[in-house]
Design a protein around this ligand. Structure first.
Ligand code: PEP
Ligand code: MG
Length: 755
């Protein structure tokens, strides 16, 4: 059975499209189980009807036509109960619903299992048999296993839009739900960003000039042929004749009578070179994988390899320059901060990604840039949306395609309203973040990009609470030199002087990778991150600190902050290195004071060590993004558990109280530089807790200032006391929203603003 299973899965995974995959699965399952009927029903995109998508044994005409409501018939029951239903005689079951179109009259035995993906029902897989009999346990287990495999195929088809044909009303707006990544709304043209040398993610695009695409392909093929010949030469003497012959096979495959000819033909049918390559290579891979002969099956890997090589050539030297319309909405499976940096920034109006969550670094960077963003929008048919007009709703966290005129007008109104709100807040720029009764707090910014400087100054930031130095590191193809770093840091320090600029030492690892310093780990968030990396590489750390110190000459507004500190010895070791760097810089004749050094509190251990840390350093700053992730054991990038990520969780609030208390006892300043600082509701709670400074992305600064200026400190303290007594983060979050609404701050709440 295991072998059969493996074979079925392999075949299904290499089917050309969803339709063939489902047909194939129905056929193979029926044969393997020796039953008379195997059918697959899938939920349409409204989630309200199961459509018969494939069947072996029921009438062909019924496929695609027959459907059942979610509570209708035995199919509906399997879906509702989310477990298999195994019946000797379906006819006698009270929920049996006879479908005359399918011709199922003679079939009595029924076994239906739900097709589930990440806790959601996508459809139902059914086998039926003429004789009344109960399917045995091994048959049930087999069907459940097959169904689990099917779920991945269906989920993928949903994500790529292959299931959109199920929709009866094609022209209705399509809404793809995700999470808000950065608030705001934007309307524009979708531009798909896809990773290089990944055949599967190449979208279909029309060529601007067919002959130019053909010659692009030909020169790419020529280079690959040269490479393969060089490989063959190098392998001479090391490989036997038989293995050597493989290179000839490769070369023959690239011949114009083989793959090359087919790709050119596809280009002439109206595909760009990369798309034509993908279509041809994928078709060959499928054919090879279906072959019985093991040797021939293995050839699929060769074709895939050749395809990748040609694609890499197409994408590298003669890469068609990607065009970005003025109102570009970037779409992608996963969009990294580095990918964002490669796009002209003035053209990015919105972003929507399948992966990621609100606290992914891409989302943080997008917020800093003020670009409406949706993350974790799983159902987006990326390739189909490429080039279409779409709307990013960063308030509610959704992407809208096919919008009706009315819907588009509603979004245009929201965009205009948001601009008015921002304009209204501009007048707060010069005013302090002070409650109605005069309680004052510092509002600072988190920076990383050069563009953050002007955006922050325009909004009246009182310094930088977190400068993420890894961002300029990410934009290069090697470590920046000491002098290059000095210049970058100088610009930050100068722009904000005399306000302080808190520079965090390099914080890589986790989800922040430098292209030239790869870190491969099973569990990166619990691995080599932040201070752990830099203490292992004092040469990188020292260069960075020296550059910071030199950059601060004559300005005296530098503060150095250490990320991911877990134990006091890490702070001590780092302080020791910083002191050494300072002595070196002084010896070079540069006169700078030793800057204040602080640590970030972003792992639970540091919460309980806060007092010991505060004794040794000059300030503390809480990184609530990581602290929430580590306290709640919820990966900040994983959309699967995004609903569990909640900074209002009582554990987070009580941990914050412990940190403020520890800092107070040691009389050391303490601030917050995680995203919590930038939300009006949580900012008020943090103010009431006694944090002296809140550091946030520039886009939120005026909203937070407005919230602080509109209340009395007593209001914030009362709210804090109330929520500290609650035991449920969801309830706390809603309660805070409600109280803010009541206090007349409703318009500042991002998520309220949507259609
Ligand atoms: C944090 O963890 O809260 C933080 C500010 O750092 P980053 O988001 O860069 O990890
Ligand atoms: Mg962090």
């Amino acid at each position: 059975m295991l072998d059969t299973l493996r074979r079925i899965v392999q075949e299904v995974n290499s089917a050309a499209d969803l339709k063939s995959a489902l047909d194939l699965m129905a056929r193979r399952v029926r044969d393997a189980m020796g039953t008379e009927v195997c059918s697959i029903y899938l939920l349409d995109s409204s989630g309200q009807r199961y459509v018969l998508m494939a069947s072996e044994g029921l009438k062909r005409e019924a496929i695609g036509r027959v459907s059942l409501g979610i509570a209708e018939g035995l199919i509906g029951q399997v879906g509702l109960r989310e477990e298999p239903i195994n019946l000797e005689d379906a006819f006698v079951h009270p929920k049996f619903h006879y479908l005359s179109e399918t011709g199922e009259d003679p079939f009595h035995a029924f076994l239906g299992v739900p097709v589930m993906h990440h806790g959601r029902v996508l459809g139902v897989l059914v086998v039926q048999q003429r004789d009344a009999r109960r399917f045995d346990q091994s048959e049930e287990a087999f069907l459940v296993t097959i169904s689990a495999q099917l779920s991945a195929v269906v989920a993928h088809a949903r994500a790529t839009g292959a299931l959109d044909d199920l929709d009866t009303q094609e022209l209705l707006p399509k809404i793809y739900d995700g999470q808000p990544g950065a608030s705001g709304a934007a309307i524009g043209t979708a531009v798909l960003l896809f990773p290089p040398a990944d055949l599967g993610s190449v979208p279909d695009r029309e060529p601007e000039n067919i002959d130019a695409e053909v010659s692009l392909l030909e020169s790419a093929l020529m280079r690959v042929r040269t490479d393969v010949r060089a490989l063959a030469d190098r392998a001479k003497g090391r490989l036997g004749n038989e293995e050597q012959a493989l290179f000839d096979v490769y070369l023959r495959m690239l011949d114009k009578h083989a793959l090359a000819g087919e790709i050119v033909a596809k280009i002439r049918e109206g595909h760009w070179a990369q798309g034509a390559l993908r279509i041809v290579i994928e078709a060959h891979i499928r054919n090879f994988e279906l072959m019985d002969d093991e040797y021939l099956r293995e050839r699929a890997a060769d074709v895939r390899d050749l395809g990748r090589r040609v694609l890499a050539e197409l994408q590298s030297r003669n890469r068609r320059v990607q065009e970005f319309p003025e109102q570009s909405i970037l779409l992608g499976e996963e969009i990294t901060p580095t990918m964002l940096m490669e796009v002209p920034q003035d053209r990015i109006k919105g972003i929507a990604a399948v992966q990621g969550s609100r606290n992914s670094h891409m989302a943080i960077v997008a917020r800093a840039m003020g670009i409406p963003t949706v993350v974790g929008a799983q159902g987006m048919p990326l390739k189909q949306l490429d080039g279409k007009e779409v709307i990013v709703d960063g308030f509610r966290g959704r992407l809208v395609a096919n919008a009706s005129v009315e819907l588009k007008q509603q979004f245009e109104a929201i965009i205009a309203e948001e601009l008015t709100l921002q304009a209204g807040l501009e007048k707060l720029r010069e005013l302090p973040a002070e409650t109605e009764d005069g309680y004052r707090i510092q509002v600072q910014v988190n920076t990383g990009l050069m563009t953050d400087i002007s955006r922050s100054l325009e909004r009246g930031a009182e310094g930088v609470g977190l400068y993420r130095t890894e961002i300029p590191f990410m934009m290069r193809d090697r470590f920046p030199s000491e002098e290059e770093q000095r210049q970058i840091y100088r610009e930050q320090l100068q722009a904000f002087a005399p306000y302080p600029v808190t520079m965090r030492t390099l914080d890589v690892g986790g989800d922040k990778a430098l292209p030239y310093f790869p870190i491969k780990e099973e569990n990166p968030f619990l691995g080599w991150r932040g201070i752990r990396v830099t203490l292992d590489h004092p040469e990188i750390f020292m260069v960075q600190v020296r550059a910071m110190l030199k950059a601060s000459q004559g300005l005296d507004n530098l503060r150095i902050m250490l990320p991911m500190v877990t134990s006091v010895f890490e702070a001590e070791d780092a302080q020791h290195l910083i002191h050494r760097a300072w002595l070196e810089v002084c010896e070079e004749g540069i006169d700078v004071p030793m800057p204040p050094v602080g640590v970030m509190i972003e792992v639970p251990a540091a919460v309980y060590q806060a007092r010991a840390l505060a004794q040794r350093v000059d300030f503390l700053s809480v990184g609530t993004n990581d602290l929430t992730q580590y306290l709640l054991a919820v990966d900040r990038n994983n959309r699967q558990v995004a609903d569990l990520y909640n900074s209002y969780h009582p554990a987070v609030l009580h941990a914050l109280m412990l940190v403020v208390e520890a800092a107070r006892e040691e009389e050391k300043p303490v601030s917050v530089c995680g995203e919590m600082a930038g939300e009006p509701g949580s900012a008020l709670l943090l103010t009431a807790m006694g944090f002296q400074a809140l550091s946030m992305n520039a886009s939120n600064l005026l909203k937070v200032k407005a919230a602080i200026r509109k209340v009395k400190i007593g209001f914030a303290r009362k709210l804090l006391n109330e929520v500290l007594a609650m035991d449920n983060g969801e309830v706390i979050s809603s309660y805070v929203d409600l109280q803010l609404e009541k206090a007349g701050l409703g318009e500042l709440l991002h998520h309220r603003r949507s259609v």
